[in-house]
Ligand binder design. Structure first.
Ligand code: ZN
Ligand code: ZN
Length: 280
């Protein structure tokens, strides 16, 4: 069953969150967290339970959960997710209501039959904003019509070589949601089961995808886009690390947990204040 809560619609089968303007960007893990919170409104869901359900069998930093909760809070109306200090989180928004996925207007339980907003219909009227990106020189441009399924760091040697960087960040999308609107990446078969695409003119790393025929059913239907090539990569927050055996020993992303703005740094505030100036 799908759930409506306030102005939002959680489509479980499609793993989508819709708002009044159409589909909202949500990572797979954030979707799972929201689903769990909505299943027990006004009940505290402990951190242990959240980790068990959302990251079953995986070891993750506690900070990761906070990143997703904060992404959800930015997406939803204020006050829908409440922190219960030392315990966990609870959903504190309007009571979720189970709705039928059947959009037949004759169905009294169907969303389309009610006076509620029609997020699904708004989407088909073209309000949904596509994700766009391309290479450094502009020869290659692409357009994506569905949100990312997952985003991760990869520290593997092949990604290091391919990108010339210590690690890559990539987002997985359904392949049929991606279309190249200008040019096509040049493809390099980098392993027996996958290929990488780049701009033949400027060399930008663009994609990683399974070869056809797929090596297994899991290696089909998706394409990883290197997030640095997105026009707006900020929304694609990595949720996990891959290839950690090759991670640069000097790279400690855990150290990035604490984040301080210049204007919040007592040292900088004091230094600028010595010249009667605010931190710029
Ligand atoms: Zn290019
Ligand atoms: Zn890699």
């Amino acid at each position: 069953m799908d759930l409506k809560f306030g102005q939002y619609w959680l489509r479980r089968s499609e793993r989508q969150l819709l708002g009044l303007e159409g589909q909202l960007e949500l990572s797979a893990r954030s979707f799972d967290i929201l689903s769990l919170l909505l299943s027990k409104p006004d009940e505290v869901i402990g951190k242990a339970e959240l980790f068990d359900v959302v990251w079953a069998g995986m070891v993750v930093e506690e900070n990761t959960l906070q990143v997703h909760i904060s992404a959800l809070r930015k997406t939803l109306d204020a006050g829908m997710i409440t922190t219960v200090h030392g315990r966990g989180y609870k959903y504190t928004g309007p009571q979720p209501v189970a709705v039928s996925t059947d959009l037949n207007p004759g169905n009294p339980a169907g969303v389309a039959a009610s006076d509620e907003p029609h997020p699904m219909l708004a989407m088909s009227s073209g309000k949904k904003v596509p994700i766009t990106g391309g290479c450094l020189c502009g020869e290659i441009r692409y357009r994506i019509t569905e949100p990312a399924l997952d985003t991760c760091f990869c520290h593997c040697r092949m990604c290091q070589k391919f990108s010339g960087s210590p690690f890559t960040v990539g987002s997985v999308y359904a392949s049929d949601a991606i279309s190249f609107t200008k040019g096509e990446p040049k493809l390099y078969k980098s392993s027996p089961f996958a290929e990488r695409g780049f701009c033949a003119k400027c060399g930008s790393s663009l994609i990683y995808r399974p070869l056809t025929p797929p090596v297994s059913p899991d290696w089909e239907g998706w394409t990883l886009i290197y997030t640095g090539s997105l026009d707006n990569p900020v929304a694609n927050v990595p949720t996990w690390h891959l290839g950690v055996e090759s991670q640069m020993p000097w790279l400690d992303l855990q150290l990035a947990e604490r984040r301080v703005r210049c204007q919040d740094s007592p040292d900088l505030v004091e230094a600028w204040a010595a010249f009667n100036l605010p931190v710029p």
